[in-house]
Design a protein around this ligand. Structure first.
Ligand code: ATP
Length: 274
């Protein structure tokens, strides 16, 4: 996917300014940013659901503004709003959606992969919010898409469901599926994304791997430990050296070495650009 100078104007308001993105096949890419930053607008333009004002976009080799049904069948979309097939059971709706595609995944396997096997015979309207979201994910991947858009995919998931979902996304990426997700969960971006971009007020203010974002991997570390005089903490660019000096071969109680969290860096970037 290649995007250059993408811009979206609404009357009296520029929602997306000059966004450039290159996302490779099999890559998991996360768009981060506060409410109203322009994530959904960007994603909807790339899905072909919204018209851009200016700029170029190439998604799976085509312009999403003009691409046709064959292209659409190659992408999977999981929207923020839940699907509406409330009368059908989980199994019925997944089997039903599978029929729209030339080479769908096995519906029962997809239901298993999202962890809904024991709800397969339950009507969609009787699912919990998180279960319904898992069904949305199932419907988004049933067509064996080459590219999957996930807009806040794990909102409402319990911790176990999130871990299961992360494993599914990694497995899909391992099979060569490209994933573009938006999320407000920094731990999710850290666990899943090969690269992240931070949008603030419609502009990309940083783009890197989660571990290097905002100079994070080069930043100072905080070393904390405890001894007979109590609790200590020291900020240093050379944590290995400090720990070696401190320990002199003995164990240090409650030793931790931490760098800025992704959330720390994210909040700093957002603060600098708001
Ligand atoms: N149809 C529209 N008409 C006018 N303004 C819009 C429209 N859709 C979105 N906007 C504005 O564009 C900006 C970006 O909105 P967008 O939904 O892309 O943000 P977001 O980053 O996805 O936010 P969230 O995290 O809340 O989902 C917001 O200021 C929003 O009010």
């Amino acid at each position: 996917m290649h995007v250059r100078g993408l811009r979206k104007e609404y009357p009296g308001h520029v929602a997306v300014h000059d966004v450039d993105l290159d996302i490779e096949r099999g890559e998991v890419f996360a768009l981060l940013g506060p409410n109203g930053a322009g994530k959904t607008t960007t994603v909807e333009i790339l899905e072909g659901h919204r018209k851009r004002t200016t700029g170029t976009a190439e998604v799976l080799g085509e312009d999403p503004g003009t691409a046709g049904r064959d292209w659409r069948a190659r992408i999977g979309i999981v929207l923020q709003t839940a699907t509406d097939a409330a009368q059908l059971t989980v199994a019925e709706s997944v089997h039903h959606f599978a029929r729209y595609y030339a080479d769908p995944r096995d519906p029962d396997e997809v239901i298993e992969r999202v962890g809904l096997t024991d709800k397969a015979r339950t009507r969609v309207r009787a699912l919990s919010g998180g279960q319904r979201r898992r069904l949305d994910v199932a419907l988004g991947i049933i067509g064996r898409p080459q590219l999957v858009f996930l807009d806040e995919p794990t909102t409402g998931f319990d911790p176990e469901a999130r871990r299961r979902f992360w494993a599914l996304i990694r497995a899909l990426a391992g099979e060569g599926t490209t994933i573009l997700l938006t999320t407000h969960y920094l731990d999710e971006a850290e666990a899943l994304a090969d690269r992240v971009a931070v949008l603030a007020d419609g502009r990309i203010v940083a783009q890197d791997t989660p571990s290097a974002l905002g100079g994070r991997s080069r930043g100072e570390a905080m070393v904390r430990w405890r001894d007979e005089n109590g609790f200590h903490e020291e900020r240093t660019a050379f944590p290995t050296k400090l720990v070696t000096q401190l320990s002199e071969g003995r164990e240090l109680a409650d030793l931790t070495v931490t760098r800025l969290s992704l959330e720390d860096v994210y909040l700093r970037l957002i603060g600098e650009n708001s």
